[in-house]
Design a protein around this ligand. Structure first.
Ligand SMILES: [Zn+2]
Length: 412
C-alpha cells in the first residue's frame, strides 16, 4: 500500500513535502517524494488529504493500572500524603477494576496516537487477561518493603506471569530482546537485594529495567538526612531505615564512587539532584535513559527537572505520562506541550524526538520503531496540517484524537 501525504515527518532527516510511504505487510519498505515513490512502486494509493504522517508515539513511562483514578486524588501537601491517598484508593479496587482500568488506558493512549507504551503494572498476574491494542513493554512493578525476605519468590512469580502473557504475535517481532522487564518500584520501597536480583536477571536474560529515582524532595530528605515525612511514614510501617542518613538517592543507586557498569536502566523522574550528584553523573562510566513526565511533575510540584544539564551529559531523555493518579490524560501531545511550556528554548523537533526516537532507543528498538524508514515497523499516525510554518510546532500543537492510526501495517 502507498500512503500519500502532503508532509511525511520521518524523524530521520528533514520532513518530506508531497511525499509517500510504502507499506508491505507490517513493514515500511519505501519512503520519499510521491512522484519517485510512484515510479518505484505499484499498488493502491491511500491519500491522507491535508494530514501529515508521522511515526506513532512512544510513551516511556506509564501505569495503566490507575487509569480509573483520574481526578480522584487532588494535589496533596506532600508526596507522602499522596502515597497514603493512593493506597486508600487502591484498597477499594478489585482485580476486575484493574483489568478494566488497564483496558481503558490502552484505548485512551491509542486514541491520542500512542502506538507503543512502556507500562508498569503492580499486577503481572492479570496481564494475560488483557488484549494488547498497541505495542506494549510490560514492566512488573516490584515492592518488597513488607516482606524483603521473599524478594526471590516475588521476582520469580512476576517473571512467570510476564512470560506466560505472550504478546500478540504481530507485536512481538521486534528485534532487541523480550518486550517485558522488571521495575523495582523505588529505592524507598524495594530492597537493595531486590534491585540486585533484578540487575542480575537482566544481564542473563537481556530484559529491560526501570525504576523511579530521586523523584521528590522527601525522597532526598529520607536518604540524605534520615528525616522527613517519607522517612517517618516508612519507618512507621516497619521498613528498616539503616540505609538512610548518608547518601543521596542517586549516590545510593549508583553505588561505589565513580559508578559501576550499569545494565540498561530506564530511570523515571530524576528531579532531585545535588551538586555532588551532578559530579557523580559527569564522572559515571555508563549512563542510563531518563524519563520526564511533565504534567505529573507539575502536579506534585517537584523541583525543576534538570533537563539541560542531563542532556549535556549525554543522557537519552524521553517523555512519559505517568499514571492518571497524578495526570489528566494519556496524551503524549499534551505532554509535549507541557514540556514546551517548561522549556521554551528546546526546539519543537527536539521535543518530538522525546516521544519517538528517544524512547525507541530506551526500549532498544531504535532499529524498528520511532522513525519512518525502510525496514521499520509500520506504526504510523497522521495529524492535520495546520498551516503554521514550523512542522514540528504543528505536531506539538495538535490537540484531539488521532483520526488515522496504522499499527503494524494494519489501518485501524
Ligand atoms: Zn511512575
Amino acid at each position: 500500500m502507498i500512503i500519500r501525504a502532503p508532509i511525511v515527518v520521518t524523524m530521520d532527516g528533514p520532513p518530506i513535502n508531497n511525499a509517500a510511504v510504502v507499506v508491505t505487510e507490517n513493514r515500511i519498505v519505501d519512503v520519499g517524494q510521491f512522484d519517485e515513490i510512484r515510479t518505484r512502486n505499484t499498488g493502491e494509493t491511500l491519500d491522507l488529504g491535508e494530514q501529515m504522517l508521522l511515526p506513532g508515539l512512544i510513551n516511556a513511562h506509564c501505569h495503566l493500572d490507575y487509569t480509573c483514578l483520574r481526578g480522584k486524588i487532588p494535589p496533596q501537601k506532600s508526596f507522602t500524603d499522596w502515597i497514603r491517598a493512593i493506597n486508600t484508593q487502591k484498597a477499594e479496587l478489585s482485580p476486575e477494576d484493574y483489568i478494566a482500568s488497564i483496558k481503558d488506558g490502552f484505548d485512551e493512549a491509542k486514541r491520542f496516537g500512542t502506538t507503543t507504551i512502556a507500562n508498569l503494572t503492580a499486577f503481572p498476574e492479570l496481564i494475560s487477561q488483557v488484549q494488547l491494542p498497541i505495542r506494549t513493554w510490560w514492566f512488573a512493578e516490584l515492592i518488597d518493603i513488607r516482606a524483603p525476605e521473599h524478594a526471590n519468590e516475588l521476582v520469580d512469580s512476576a517473571i512467570e506471569s510476564l512470560r506466560r502473557a505472550r504478546p500478540e504475535p504481530v507485536l512481538s517481532e521486534i528485534e532487541g530482546g523480550a518486550p517485558w522487564g522488571l521495575a523495582p518500584h523505588a529505592l524507598f520501597t524495594a530492597s537493595r537485594n531486590l534491585f540486585h536480583l533484578c540487575e542480575n536477571i537482566s544481564q542473563f536474560n537481556e530484559i529491560l529495567l526501570t525504576t523511579h529515582l530521586a523523584e521528590s524532595r522527601e525522597e532526598m530528605e529520607m536518604f540524605r538526612d534520615g528525616s522527613g515525612p517519607l522517612y517517618e511514614f516508612l519507618a512507621s510501617i516497619g521498613r528498616p531505615m539503616d540505609d538512610c542518613g548518608n547518601e543521596t538517592p542517586l549516590g545510593f543507586f549508583l553505588g561505589a564512587p565513580g559508578g559501576r557498569a550499569l545494565p540498561p536502566w530506564i530511570v523515571a523522574h530524576l528531579n532531585e539532584l545535588t551538586e555532588g550528584d551532578f559530579d557523580l553523573l559527569e564522572r559515571a562510566t555508563s549512563t542510563f535513559h531518563v524519563v520526564h513526565c511533565p504534567r505529573s511533575h507539575k502536579y506534585f510540584g517537584h523541583s525543576p527537572f534538570p533537563f539541560e544539564r542531563l542532556r549535556s551529559f549525554g543522557f537519552n531523555i524521553c517523555l512519559g505520562t505517568d499514571s492518571l493518579a497524578s495526570n489528566q490524560t494519556l496524551s503524549l501531545f499534551d505532554e509535549m506541550r507541557a514540556f514546551q511550556k517548561e522549556f521554551p528554548s528546546v526546539s519543537a523537533e527536539g521535543i518530538s524526538q522525546m516521544a519517538t526516537v528517544n524512547p525507541a532507543r530506551a526500549l532498544r528498538c531504535e532499529k524498528a520503531l520511532g522513525q519512518i524508514r525502510p525496514g521499520f515497523e509500520a506504526d504510523l499516525i497522521a495529524v492535520p496540517c495546520s498551516g503554521s510554518t514550523d512542522i514540528f510546532e504543528q505536531i506539538i500543537a495538535f490537540d484531539g484524537p488521532v483520526k488515522f492510526i496504522m499499527m503494524s501495517g494494519e489501518c485501524e
